[in-house]
Design a protein around this ligand. Structure first.
Ligand code: ZN
Length: 502
């Protein structure tokens, strides 16, 4: 009989394979499947999920984890064996603590909720969606109660997306971001007309956009031997292994911004997935360690690098060549200012880099009010609108442009939104450390030499996969625990310079 660790590894490998097949089918569904394939695909994915769950959440797996833990016997806690057992035990406990009936009910409520949300948003009618959200909140409370060791129901939900992080840490970071940004954005609003971005809308042929996007991401790190780029309505990245990275983007025919920045964003996700050490392949240790850290990489490449002055200088000649009409005569400074124009808006996914954090803070604060503040869901739209008024100075005209705009809550993803802003904050920390250790990093970006940046990120972050906990992983990459300081310095420095605010 091989040692328990070997048996555990093989079993986890099989579970991993089932997830890879499901991922491939899901990618296919979003990229090339004809619409009428949806019902059959739902059946196939449901079966795969059941098989993976039965294989993983079984008593045999639990016994193998216990036996493998015995064998560790003082092994290096950051070594492969100890990490495999630790992560497997954590995942196994999370899977087995929740009754199967509750999981099924959550899945059902998510499917119904999504359908109701689509209708509600189309009709801008909160009443259609409200009972579904109420049911989902009730089920999520039951779910959270399966983890009595959590400090609060919200902590239990957050842990699914940002393992080990406590909501008190999020609260402290978000408070600092809000207190800095709300007055800072009010100052920017007084100078809003300093930046012109009219030329960013115009004649941007899709074929030229695609050629340009492919050229740019090839320099950033897209490897045609191990990656694919396709089109999807909602851009995403999927990894079927470190050598099979699928990213997507979307093309608008009057602007290249969506295609260009989505591609950079998803390339960041892809680099993290592709960078796991090959020895972690086909184990649950490969890939990103938390959603926040994953998002730190998409946002690092999209915003911190992709929207920097240096990157703009590097990219502009290619843009002029691709779009000789609208980009003719546009200077590097004009281009940089235009793509960083700050304009408070109602819709999160269209938000600029400076106002984006407030969209997340509003959602997170409302989730707190729902779970801990006793907010009646009948009052949620007005609570939403009041926050948009207070933080962004905007009047919400209807619920489709307000509380009904995001899909997340309909599918039960409560506690998910914070990871987007945590990603920004972590990106700020990681970039500050990287810039301190790679002298002249801006000159490298300006020259299109991204290899040293990739190498640093691979060494400090990507290759470790899930070997360490998320908090340890962040500390190792950023040199300290979660801290809003570097991100706020970055934001106020960048946008203060652009808008003449000292
Ligand atoms: Zn992302």
């Amino acid at each position: 009989m091989p040692p328990a660790l070997e048996q555990l590894r093989e079993r986890l490998g099989q579970v991993h394979d089932l997830h890879v097949v499901a991922m491939g089918l899901s990618w296919d569904q979003q990229v090339i499947m004809p619409p009428r394939g949806a019902p059959g695909r739902a059946e196939a994915l449901g079966t795969l999920e059941t098989l993976a769950h039965e294989r993983f959440a079984s008593e045999e797996t639990g016994a193998l984890i216990a036996a493998a833990r015995e064998e560790l016997n003082g092994a290096d806690p950051d070594g492969f064996a100890a990490s495999l057992v630790r992560v497997a035990a954590r995942d196994w406990e999370k899977e087995t603590k929740v009754p199967v009936a509750l999981k099924a009910e959550l899945a059902r409520a998510g499917a119904l909720g999504y359908e109701a949300w689509t209708k509600a948003r189309g009709a801008s009618d909160w009443g259609i969606f409200r009972p579904h959200l109420a049911r989902m909140v009730e089920l999520r409370r039951e779910y959270a109660a399966c983890f009595p060791e959590a400090d609060s129901a919200y902590d239990a939900l957050l842990d699914d997306f940002e393992p080990g992080m406590r909501n008190a840490e999020v609260a402290e970071v978000f408070r600092r971001v809000r207190e800095t940004l709300v007055p800072f954005l009010a100052e920017i609003a007084e100078r809003a007309d300093r930046v012109d971005n009219a030329f960013l809308t115009g004649d941007y042929p899709v074929a030229a956009q695609e050629a340009l996007v492919r050229r740019v991401i090839a320099e950033v790190g897209f490897d045609p031997e191990g990656w694919r780029l396709d089109v999807a309505v909602h851009p995403f990245a999927a990894s079927l292994g470190t050598q099979d990275i699928r990213i997507t983007t979307r093309f608008d025919d009057d602007s290249f911004l969506m295609a260009y920045f989505s591609a950079l964003h998803e390339t960041g996700h892809g680099l993290y997935e592709a960078g796991s050490d090959p020895s972690l392949e086909r184990t649950l240790l490969s890939g990103g360690v938390s959603l926040g850290l994953h998002e730190s990489q998409s946002r690092l490449w999209e915003n911190v690098i992709g929207r920097s002055r240096a990157f703009c200088g590097w990219a502009l000649p290619g843009l002029r060549e691709a779009f000789p009409g609208p980009m003719a005569g546009v200077s590097e400074d004009e281009f940089y200012a235009a793509i960083n124009r700050v304009e408070p808006g109602l819709i999160r996914i269209q938000a600029d880099e400076a106002t984006y954090p407030l969209h997340i803070i509003i959602r997170w604060e409302l989730e707190q009010a729902i779970f801990d503040g006793g907010l009646d869901l009948a009052d949620l739209p007005e609570a939403w609108n009041a926050k948009y008024r207070d933080y962004l100075g905007l009047e919400v005209p209807d619920d489709a442009h307000g509380v009904l705009q995001d899909v997340h809550w309909s599918e039960g993803m409560l506690g998910y939104f914070p990871t987007y802003l945590l990603g920004n904050v972590m990106a700020g920390q990681i970039w500050q450390r990287l810039a301190g250790e790679i002298p002249g990093v801006e000159a490298l970006v300006a020259a299109g030499d991204f290899a040293p940046i990739r190498a640093w990120l691979t060494d400090r972050l990507y290759r470790h996969g899930r070997i360490r906990t998320p908090a340890e992983t962040l500390s190792h990459a950023a040199g300290g625990p979660l801290d809003a300081g570097p991100y706020l310095d970055y934001l106020t420095g960048k946008f203060g310079a652009l808008y003449g605010i000292s």
